[in-house]
Design a protein around this ligand. Structure first.
Ligand code: SAH
Length: 464
């Protein structure tokens, strides 16, 4: 099984840096199912090609224990695995080109975000949906797709076509992008995914699908196939994808995403994050606490600003903190970056010394997840005990709900919301907070402002 990656970006030998593989060497990597060889059949300033050749050992698959194929016949030994790009290929890409797949390039970091002319060929993929399926998967992602079908046997044309195809994909994009697409889409073609598909596969899919899978016209098919037709996992993944952002519940897992799906048309979440970040940047802030941080949408932006020396994300849910840690790649951050960020588990309705001493606290779309009778406790925790110099807090403006076409009248944007406030209700609560804890408050809109209904999200900026 052979995959080649070529570029005509100049100098084309930059490909070696991007893949972190020296063009002048042949390298071999051991994998549980065989070996992967990397070599460059073509190296010049004008054009450079790297090849990843997988030598899969069908016998090691049989002996591989519970993950191995289990037909119990000669098919165990004689099968297409050595020749067809399958999920083995994704495992190999991850192992051999892991840094490129993650968008890192140690020696020339400036290359990672640079769109370059790339061409990838895969010698054989299996497609039950023929050429059409291959086009449907790759063309929406902007690839020029060349497909060559193979007959079952060249000597006997009357036997007809096989389900195997060679493909060539061309596009100007980053290497990370093309590798990511292959990483996700090739196993979808493969009926025979070799490793156990569990819930971490959902996270993997969401991570690698970030930025493209949700808007792919075949996202449902891709998700279903990647997760090897497991309905329950597909449902989880589709819910999360339709959010565009993960907005988890504390108590209820099945309805994650409703709110963001409803709001999605205007990409409100992005606007929210940007508005909150701008409000925090406007003040002299170095130490920032994001309460109810969820999966770390804001933390990610805060990390990109060098001015913040201490960033803490706090949430009541262990599960979302784990996802945050994964999404922010905390394990892999260089030590200096790692020192800047901290995730803690706790509840906003209990006093907590760890929340003290910050310049700013942010609380994005959190209060509406708390029972209204717990709000006085929350106020004391944040404004009396933690008492940062500024608090930036957002919550839905319920008046705007009538503008969301898929939201029934009188319903909340998310099943876990305990309330949603009008502008008047929010302002009266915020003014009360100021009286009780000696803060001043200003209000702002996030998203399109409707003359009569206001904006979809309302923001309060409290200052001491
Ligand atoms: N701020 C994030 C997540 C919003 S979802 C974003 O905008 O993307 C609401 C979050 O608040 C969830 O992650 C939930 O776990 C958290 N949350 C709800 N009640 C909480 C409480 N009492 N203490 C801490 N976090 C809480």
């Amino acid at each position: 099984m052979l995959l080649t990656i070529s570029t005509t970006h100049q100098p084309a030998t930059d490909l070696g840096f991007l893949l972190a593989k020296n063009p002048s060497k042949v390298q071999t990597f051991e994998l549980p199912f065989g070996e992967a060889h990397v070599f460059y059949p073509e190296v010049s300033k004008e054009r450079c090609t790297a090849a990843l050749m997988l030598a899969i050992d069908p016998i090691s698959l049989v002996r591989g224990g519970k993950d191995s194929r289990s037909e119990g016949t000669s098919a165990q030994y004689v099968n297409d695995r050595p020749y067809v790009a399958s999920s083995f290929m994704s495992v190999a890409i991850n192992k051999v080109f892991g840094s490129a797949l993650a968008g890192r390039c140690r020696d020339k970091p400036e290359l990672t975000d640079l769109p370059i002319a790339l061409e990838v060929t895969i010698s054989a993929v299996e497609s039950h949906g023929g050429e059409v399926l291959l086009q449907k998967l790759f063309e929406p992602l902007g690839y020029d797709v060349e497909i060559q079908g193979h007959p079952l046997d060249e000597k006997f044309p009357e036997w007809g076509a096989s389900k195997y195809f060679s493909i060539k994909l061309s596009k100007i994009c980053t290497l990370k992008e093309i590798l990511t697409h292959i990483y996700v889409l090739v196993p979808c073609l493969d009926n025979d995914k070799h490793y156990y598909v569990g819930e971490d596969e959902v996270l993997k899919l969401l991570r690698h699908g970030e930025g493209w899978l949700a808007s792919h016209p075949e996202s449902k098919y891709i998700t279903h196939r990647y997760l090897k037709n497991r309905q329950s996992l597909t449902k989880i993944a589709m819910d999360r994808l339709s959010e565009g952002v993960s907005e988890p519940d504390v108590n209820e897992e099945s309805n994650v995403g409703e709110e963001v799906a409803i709001e999605k048309t205007i990409s409100l979440n992005e606007m929210r994050m940007t508005a909150v970040l701008a409000a925090v940047l406007k003040e002299n802030t170095r130490r920032v606490l994001d309460v109810g941080c969820g999966e770390g949408n804001l933390l990610k932006l805060l990390l990109q600003e060098n001015r913040f020396t201490e960033i803490t994300g706090m949430d009541v849910s262990h599960r979302v903190l784990e996802s945050a840690s994964e999404r922010l790649h905390l394990e892999k951050l260089p030590e200096r970056q790692r020192q800047r960020i901290n995730l803690i588990q706790g509840s906003l309705t209990y006093r907590d010394k760890r929340l003290e001493g910050y310049d700013a606290a942010t609380c994005i779309e959190v209060i509406e997840h708390m029972d209204a009778d717990r709000l006085p406790a929350f106020e004391r925790v944040l404004f009396e005990c933690a008492k940062p110099n500024i608090v930036v807090l957002t919550t839905p403006n319920s008046e705007y709900n009538s503008k969301f076409p898929t939201l029934a009248a009188g319903k909340f944007r998310h099943r876990d919301h305990r309330f949603e406030w009008t502008r008047k209700e929010f302002q009266s609560w915020a003014n009360g907070v100021c009286e009780r804890f000696s803060y001043k408050v200003e209000f702002d809109n996030i998203g399109d402002v409707d003359e009569n209904l206001g904006a979809p999200t309302q923001m309060a900026i409290f200052k001491k």
